[in-house]
Design a protein around this ligand. Structure first.
Ligand SMILES: O=C(O)CCC(=O)C(=O)O
Length: 886
């Protein structure tokens, strides 16, 4: 609990006059919800269910509420396994990212946990079974509760026994006395011996019948209905931390990084959980208590009601993590999404951070015939009122009490697993591996039976005596490190978002030069002191340190590629002819070329001054709302489709002269490859990378572009990889070797081109199934399209791609490997496809009499110097020889 007052999230801010919340664009919201609805609406065949069978007697033996292992959860015996994580939240799990979405490096900072300490847990679980004495202090209160609970007669008997300090019998004892159970199910009289308690025979447990559930996906009716009016009261307070987009949330908070799932976990424990929907049957959100499901598997029924459509995997990593949180008393942060309808008050922003909660119970239950794993969470701070309490709610800050009453605990006579009485209707075995699972008094619980929670179980409050980890505090804006580190400002840490210290909004880092709060009317801005970083500081091991031709360590991974090398002054130029008419060239620079005025060193410095206002762009093709590119960019010249509509392109006349200089140089390189027929460059995309950011596989194949693309790499080195697009590589249009398409061209770098041609000529093209089968067998061993060329671009290098079909058949990615890098990419944008009003932006002030020439004089000078050195050395040697002779 070492929390300072300002950073403790559980101290809510009392709501005053509400600022208008920054609005999430409604079109976006409806786009996402529509997708979800159409994907997830599920029709279930009605299951015929009989009445609840007559109760036969108590099914469990109560044990003391304060057993040694009372903090252990019911699922711990079964839920901790080594496994890969499963997708947590199908309701918010869009899978499709279109073009450019590959630029997302969605892998966050969290790693997939391994299950922990399962051996230890099994050990502890065994301890749970040991009988213990009932807590006498709780007896009175439990007795009084019995009358108010809607208990079955059988369970009442168990309670009565529990409250009279009856020790718990073991199974043998239980079986021995089973004959005492009243045959009509009446509550048996108190056992004669305190050691004897009425327990039904194990053999009477009725096995669960497997119920069939049909999954179909009918058209949703709920889509036709207008959104329901939110009649909930306003919340009592304001959240201290909130966000309007998922990207802002995930990039800013250290405890939640799931762009799609609901649960963020790291090292085997859950750090944060988003409650953006209702958590399924019997889930709830109260002022201090949340009960929800641990995993996905939800859909909606015909009426638009959320229902469970598949079993939760007992081995799912997220489920194991919740149990670990409970065992190790590690709290997690809960976050409310505005789609949650269970919160007692209106939710003021799209995402609102609630408070740290700790896990008190995890159990298996059945919902709509499927197994669901549930978790019960209590707020760690019970001293302060929750901001999400309804404004008219009775409780007031500081008066909340920790109840002494605990729901009675009992152990199953079949599996001996102990747990509290969670449901008012009676004690139920909640171990999916037990034959008595989800049975009440020996009979499987019919789905139609509405179970209610045991009020004592809901009212229980546990003093949180764990440790509140610092990462659950309100994140402070990143601070400059004490010692002067000029690279700090471009680290991954500085790429993350910031929580506005004025309004609490989470803001991704959008701008190159600073963090800015995007709340209307909020002027919060955060900057770190920044030095101009020399290229030598980010070149890593690849500093040249010599004045010869640079070393090139590109890797060519397909022997069908033709390679040619030449030297142009100091430039080492390598051409890779990947297919006829398609050439990729690498112009390797060196220290001398880069150091010339107007060269790479100068341009690298100018770009850092920030005149281009580089910013991260919203990816409109991504289904994750508000998703941003990882890199920062700005366009100069004619608008480029990729970022058009997001930010106005800057005209060359308004851009720093460095942009025109870049075009001048790249025109030289491209002309050397393409010849005078090169379509002149009239567009420049400037891209800036912080540490660890990259641009994933994509092509530059927009129909507005010409056939040549050149780029200039500045600063840290970068991998630049090429591959053939999957469908052209394999001939299959769909993953998993499906939908072989004989009309796809058989290109030079594809997999087994001769075999492809044979299939296209001989196979039965009229039957897709047969065609797929034939192609699959002929192309056996095929894998995902591999990288065919791995370039290593260094500071000052040019890369030129040329060929009309290059972008159609291939794609490329850029993976910078050091702190700070810029790429300036020049293209020809076809003016006839661009609004005439924009044409002036592409006008370049290039002097035709003064093109870049590759700096041949630098190399000539170098050669003269070298010759002079050699001549001097020769003269010295000859002089020495002459002297020796004479
Ligand atoms: O060199 C780079 O970083 C990549 C630039 C690029 O691929 C692009 O702008 O399309």
């Amino acid at each position: 609990m070492a929390q300072s007052a300002e950073t403790n999230l559980s101290r809510p801010v009392r709501r005053t006059a509400r600022k208008p919340a920054a609005q999430t664009p409604t079109s976006h919201v409806s786009r996402v919800s529509k997708r979800k609805a159409s994907e997830l609406h599920v029709h279930r065949k009605p299951v015929t269910r009989g009445p609840v069978p007559p109760q036969r007697g108590p099914i469990s033996a109560p044990v003391a509420s304060e057993t040694k292992a009372s903090s252990l959860g019911p699922s711990e015996n079964s839920a901790i396994h080594d496994s890969a994580p499963s997708e947590d939240d199908p309701l918010s799990a869009p899978k499709v990212l279109k073009r450019k979405a590959s630029q997302l490096d969605l892998a966050g900072d969290f790693t997939v946990p391994g299950a922990q300490n399962s051996a230890q847990l099994q050990l502890d679980a065994r301890k749970v079974r040991a009988p213990a004495r009932t807590n006498a202090n709780s007896s009175a209160s439990n007795l009084s509760l019995i009358s108010t609970l809607r208990l079955s007669r059988a369970s009442s008997a168990a309670f009565a026994a529990h409250c009279t300090n009856v020790p718990v019998p073991n199974v043998a004892q239980a079986n021995a006395v089973s004959s005492q159970v009243s045959s009509n199910g009446a509550c048996p009289t108190a056992p004669a011996s305190p050691d004897l308690l009425t327990i039904p025979p194990v053999a009477t447990a009725i096995p669960n019948k497997k119920r069939k559930t049909t999954r179909t996906f009918p058209k949703s009716r709920s889509k036709l209905l207008p959104p329901p009016v939110d009649t909930r009261p306003m919340p009592w307070g304001d959240p201290q931390v909130w966000a309007e987009t998922r990207t802002d949330l995930c990039e800013t908070l250290p405890y939640f990084n799931q762009n799609q799932g609901a649960t963020s976990y790291l090292n085997g424990v859950v750090r944060g959980m988003l409650q953006d929907h209702d958590g399924g049957e019997r889930s709830l959100v109260e002022e201090e208590l949340v009960i929800t499901r641990c995993s996905g598997g939800l859909g909606t029924d015909d009426n638009g009601q959320t229902c469970q459509v598949s079993d939760h995997d007992a081995n799912a990593a997220s489920i194991a993590c919740f149990s670990n949180n409970m065992r190790s008393k590690q709290p997690l942060m809960l976050i409310l999404g505005s789609n949650n309808k269970q919160c007692p008050a209106k939710i003021p922003h799209r995402y609102c951070v609630m408070a740290p909660f700790h896990v008190t119970d995890v159990w298996d239950e059945k919902s709509y015939g499927k197994i669901a794993v549930k978790v019960r969470l209590e707020k760690t701070d019970l001293q302060h009122k929750s901001w999400w309490a309804a404004e008219n709610s009775g409780s007031s800050p500081g008066t909340l009490e920790i109840t002494k009453d605990k729901a009675p605990r009992a152990a199953c006579v079949v599996c001996h697993q102990e747990r509290p009485q969670i449901f008012a209707e009676g004690w139920i075995c909640l171990n999916r591996h037990c034959s008595s699972f989800w049975s009440l008094d020996g009979c499987e619980i019919a789905h139609g039976l509405k179970l209610t929670y045991n009020p004592v179980f809901l009212a229980e409050r546990t003093i949180f005596d764990g440790f509140l980890p610092p990462f659950l505090s309100v994140p402070k804006p990143v601070q400059a490190t004490g010692q002067h580190d000029r690279l700090f400002s471009v680290t991954r840490q500085c790429w993350r978002g910031v929580v506005c210290t004025k309004c609490g909004r989470c803001n991704s880092r959008r701008d190159w030069d600073a963090w800015r709060c995007r709340s209307e009317g909020c002027d919060f801005e955060w900057r770190l002191p920044r030095d101009i970083i020399p290229a030598s500081a980010v070149m890593g091991d690849l500093k040249f340190g010599f004045q010869g031709h640079a070393i090139c360590d590109d890797e060519v991974l397909d022997s069908r590629i033709k390679i040619a090398e030449e030297r142009l002054g100091f430039w080492r130029v390598i051409r890779y002819e990947i297919m006829p008419g398609m050439v990729i060239s690498h112009f390797c620079a060196n220290d001398v070329i880069n150091g010339k005025p107007g060269g790479a060193d100068d341009i690298f410095g100018i770009l850092q001054q920030g005149q281009l206002n580089l910013e991260r762009q919203v990816m409109d093709s991504s289904v994750v709302l508000g998703q941003l590119t990882r890199h920062f960019s700005a366009n100069v010249g004619l608008p480029y489709k990729y970022i058009v509509g997001q930010k106005e392109s800057i005209s060359f006349s308004d851009a720093p002269a460095a942009c025109t200089e870049a075009i001048r140089r790249m025109t030289w390189a491209a002309k050397h490859i393409v010849g005078d027929g090169l379509q002149e460059f009239n567009e420049l995309l400037a891209v800036g990378y912080f540490q660890g950011t990259k641009m994933g596989y994509h092509d530059d194949g927009e129909n507005t572009l010409g056939a040549s693309v050149a780029s200039w790499s500045l600063g840290g080195p970068s991998g630049f990889n090429f591959r053939v697009k999957d469908k052209f590589y394999s001939g299959f249009r769909s993953p998993g070797q499906k939908n072989y398409d004989s009309t796809l061209p058989v290109i030079g770098l594809c997999y087994k081109p001769e075999m492809r041609k044979a299939i296209n000529q001989n196979a039965d093209l009229t039957n897709q199934t047969k065609l797929d089968k034939a192609a699959k067998s002929a192309l056996s061993g095929i894998k995902k399209s591999p990288t065919f060329l791995k370039m290593k671009l260094r500071h000052g290098d040019f890369m030129v791609m040329h060929g009309a079909d290059m972008q159609k058949y291939t794609e490329h990615e850029s993976v910078p490997s050091d702190m700070l890098r810029f790429a300036l990419t020049a293209r020809h944008v076809k003016p006839d496809m661009i609004d005439v009003g924009q044409h002036h932006k592409g006008v370049l002030n290039l002097d035709p009499m003064n093109p870049y020439d590759g700096d041949p004089e630098l190399y000539e000078q170098y050669r003269r110097e070298q010759a002079a050195i050699l001549a001097a050395a020769g003269a010295r040697r000859r002089g020495a020889v002459d002297a020796a002779i004479t």
